[in-house]
Design a protein around this ligand. Sequence first.
Ligand code: HAM
Length: 420
Amino acid sequence: MKKIHSLTGMIDLLGQKDNESSQSDKIFNTEKSLIKIFKNYSLNEIRTPALEDEQLFNRSVGESSDIVNKELYSFQDKNEKTISLRPEGTAGVVRSIIEKKLENDFHRLWYLGPMWRYERPQKGRYRQFNQAGVELLGYKEGLAELEMISMVISINAELNIKNPKIKINHLGDNESKESFCNDLKTFLEPHAKNLDKRDVDRLNKNPLRVLDSKSMDTQKVLKSAPKISDYISQDSLNMLETVKETFPNENIEIDHSLVRGLDYYTGFIFEAVSEDLGAQDAYLGGGRYDQLFEELGGKKLPAIGMAIGIERLAEISKNTSSRQTLISFMILSDKIQQKAYKIAHDLRSLNKDIVFEVSLGEGSLKSKLRRANKDKASYAIILGDEELASETILLKSLQEDNSDQKKLTLNEIKKFISSI
Ligand code: HAM
């Protein structure tokens, strides 16, 4: 029978006890660390559906973005409604708060889950990937910006990221953004023949996106183009300086060519990048979106947020996970299975900080021990007919420098497990 393969750009993750540096284990640990940080920052979780009305993304992420133009997974459901797999999390969060009529309050939210973009897969770029996101809703420009950058710094520290760089920029208010875009377009149009083909297309759809071009030719032309810093107000420039001054020990760079690939941003924007990632060097990005609530039919509500690419963050995290002690419990005879299992169940409940694996019939004692060694278990608890009859167990150390084996009473093993 012909085998069925996974789709291009979509990966399976399978945890392995004996290989903690496997991609899956790194991803699971990264998610755990991020959730810990989110709770430390007093955020509440929000979960929104993976599928939304396509219109939600057209009206938020925006018609001029690559995400909406080329990358949306959209299709008709059985009722011929056009729905999309979410390419990002912000739009769904905003839709949900508007729908629940919760715009009169402040919200500090986090989420985690898969997103889909029909991109050309390459290192660090997938068609299904995982994002953790944070949205601070109801907070106007000021402290919320500092809170976001503080969180980025905590992420870098907790995940032990080497040489992280945080790039920040300000898009000004709507008026200054519009007048900058107009002037940039007027300046670039006569140079169209010197621009990369893709940038000519961007120029027509969203001139700001040209600033993000990787083409040397385009960057050469941009050298003498109008600068966003000449358009934004002194207050906006001060905001950027305030962020730098608040965190003087961090590598924070004001980068006026920084633009984001989504249309909803209005003021302060930022990205964290690492040279260790290669071409796709941003492992998180975000910014302020003060108009999005109104654009989606809600009340005016200022907001700022960010999303972290889990696969990219896991790739550069130097965090070595804290291994828990693994105990492997082996039942030697079919006749005593139920009674032995009951003992395992009781022992397991004594210490929630250890990993307690009961062999569920994986072959002979020899193969059970081989497996426990492969999984780097610290101890094996062995229980056969004889031990059960005398209310004892065998405790075997599997540590490299110690292969002791002792007979212990049930009380003794209980004490031992509680003490680990
Ligand atoms: P974004 O910059 O499109 O922002 O995505 C955030 C992060 O997701 C990127 O920095 C990257 O690490 C990761 N990412 C994006 N696309 C892929 C992909 N194809 N494969 C792997 N990783 C990827 C947003 O999504 C906004 N919703 C962020 C935000 C929240 N702004 C305000 N609130």
